[in-house]
Ligand binder design. Structure first.
Ligand SMILES: *[C@@H]1O[C@H](CO)[C@@H](O)[C@H](O)[C@H]1NC(C)=O
Ligand SMILES: *[C@@H]1O[C@H](CO)[C@@H](O)[C@H](O)[C@H]1NC(C)=O
Ligand SMILES: *[C@@H]1O[C@H](CO)[C@@H](O)[C@H](O)[C@H]1NC(C)=O
Ligand SMILES: *[C@@H]1O[C@H](CO)[C@@H](O)[C@H](O)[C@H]1NC(C)=O
Ligand SMILES: *[C@@H]1O[C@H](CO)[C@@H](O)[C@H](O)[C@H]1NC(C)=O
Length: 441
């Protein structure tokens, strides 16, 4: 009787919501099926491979960096599920956006591209290298060299003159935000260095990662209890209005990067303590009732933009990496990822049946559709599969992507393209929204 009733309710639910995304997190097949549904949902909003469209871009109002994040989500998805459906569009997208210096600074993005935006694409290239995603043919840029290209340019932009170090948010002086240093730019820089150290075994990268982490602590972007604030204004990197907001993706980048450092240093107890601290902070700050990943700075107020809706996806992604690299924490991590994946499934029932919402605590679609929510759901469901995935590869463990120690070395010069004031304001406003800080464009 009970079974019959629940079967009936189940089918009514399926009927009522069309193609609902049912997630049984204890079943690998169920997780794969759900991930594949959301990966296809993300694909349905992408048109960059169609005639007349630009590869690597989603239609307005989805910004360039979010396309880099989506690419990364497809790459990790492919590795965790074995589904190669998106190989061609992913390769084409990355290849089109590498820019003339092969460092993810395409001239079209100059008016809005910050170190963080560039960083999201570099992270995608890094994932492609670590996950043995098929490289472009010899003679073409390789994933590893592309990640290095972006990172080496960022090293050249490290700024000791202000606040004792760190990257500025913006790359180009004519962009608003050039006088702001922020945690996401520096957090991605930290993580890329940590991953390149582990991949190449070149200690220079590890030293940069250490230096970045120490600087973020010293300047109090990361406080004594491991809260990570958005950023601060030059000259002193002082906090200003809204810049003490805690966003989940900042915790994400530091946590994931720390996990790679832990592995690079052969299970360093020092990094383990940091990881445990960041993990506890992630769960207490960014998981509703310690069970459903969310963005407390904007979700409860219904004020998240599409960029911000995606942030919690990067937390899920990095929790997956951390569970892989620090197995003793995996039970705790998968416990919160699984409850979140179930909640995401229930929220991905809008539109034609698989559109994902923003607030996953409601048990249903909440009306907020967009690429950001789709990425967040894809990352969260996919990351549950990290449990059975192989470790990210490195040069001594089967990695095949070829690097270039000189990649991107001169990237900070030579990109001074003409500014069109009409498009500048729009793009700058868009970029500011990404971080929820107020700049008057
Ligand atoms: C830059 O914009 C032009 C004109 O829209 C387009 O043809 C080209 O593909 C774009 N390049 C990139 C890297 O997005
Ligand atoms: C996932 O990545 C690992 C590490 O690079 C690799 O060994 C494995 O073959 C990949 N799996 C798939 C399905 O691509
Ligand atoms: C290690 O990395 C640094 C920074 O990219 C580079 O300058 C140096 O040449 C690399 N060393 C080796 C041995 O590859
Ligand atoms: C989700 O929406 C409900 C109802 O509006 C609200 O009470 C709750 O705070 C929201 N949850 C989160 C995590 O924002
Ligand atoms: C930033 O502050 C303003 C006003 O103080 C507020 O309306 C806005 O919601 C804040 N932004 C975020 C992302 O919380």
């Amino acid at each position: 009787m009970v079974c019959a009733l629940s079967a009936l309710l189940h089918s009514l639910l399926l009927f009522g919501y069309g193609a609902a995304v049912d997630v049984d997190p204890s079943s690998k097949e169920s997780l794969k099926r759900a991930a594949s549904t959301i990966a296809a949902e993300l694909r349905s909003s992408y048109h960059g491979d169609e005639p007349g469209q630009i590869p690597g871009l989603f239609p307005y109002p989805t910004y360039w960096w979010l396309a880099g994040a989506a690419t990364n989500a497809w790459i990790d998805y492919r590795n965790y599920t074995g589904d190669t459906t998106y190989d061609e569009i992913v390769t084409q997208a990355i290849f089109h956006q590498i820019g003339p210096n092969r460092d993810f600074l395409p001239p079209n993005q100059t008016l809005a591209e910050g170190n963080d935006d560039q960083g999201f694409w570099a992270l995608a290239a890094m994932s492609a290298a670590e996950r043995n995603f098929p490289d472009l043919p010899a003679g073409q840029p390789q994933w590893l060299a592309l990640a290095q290209g972006a990172l080496h340019g960022q090293m050249e932009r490290w700024d000791d003159e202000n606040c004792g170090g760190g990257l500025r948010w913006q790359i180009f002086a004519f962009n608003h935000g050039y006088t702001y240093k922020n945690s996401i730019s520096n957090g991605i820089f930290f993580q890329l260095n940590a991953r390149l150290a582990r991949y190449t075994k070149n200690d220079t990268y590890a030293q940069w990662a250490e230096k970045t982490f120490q600087w973020m602590r010293k300047i109090q972007f990361m406080d004594d209890t491991l809260n990570i604030y958005d950023g601060g204004n030059l000259p002193a990197c002082a906090f200003v209005k809204n810049s003490t907001i805690l966003w989940s993706y900042n915790n994400a980048m530091l946590l994931g990067g720390a996990a790679f450092m832990y592995d690079y240093y052969n299970k360093s107890p020092v990094w383990l303590e940091i990881i445990k601290g960041l993990l506890s902070k992630a769960i207490s700050s960014f998981f509703y009732q310690e069970a459903i990943v969310n963005e407390p700075a904007c979700e409860p107020y219904n004020t998240c933009n599409d960029d911000q809706i995606s942030f919690k996806g990067y937390l899920s992604r990095n929790l997956g990496y951390t569970a892989q690299l620090v197995p003793e924490l995996s039970a705790r991590i998968f416990s919160v990822l699984r409850t979140s994946a179930v909640a995401a499934g229930k929220a991905c029932t809008g539109g034609s049946g698989t559109t994902c919402g923003m607030n996953w605590t409601l048990g249903k679609f909440d009306g907020h559709s967009g690429v950001g929510g789709t990425i967040a759901a894809l990352e969260t469901i996919t990351s549950c599969l990290a449990k059975d995935a192989s470790l990210p590869s490195a040069m001594n463990t089967g990695a095949t992507s070829i690097g270039d120690v000189n990649a991107g070395r001169t990237s900070s010069s030579g990109h001074k393209t003409k500014i069109d004031p009409a498009t500048q304001n729009d793009k700058v406003a868009a970029a500011a929204l990404t971080l929820g800080i107020c700049v008057s464009a």
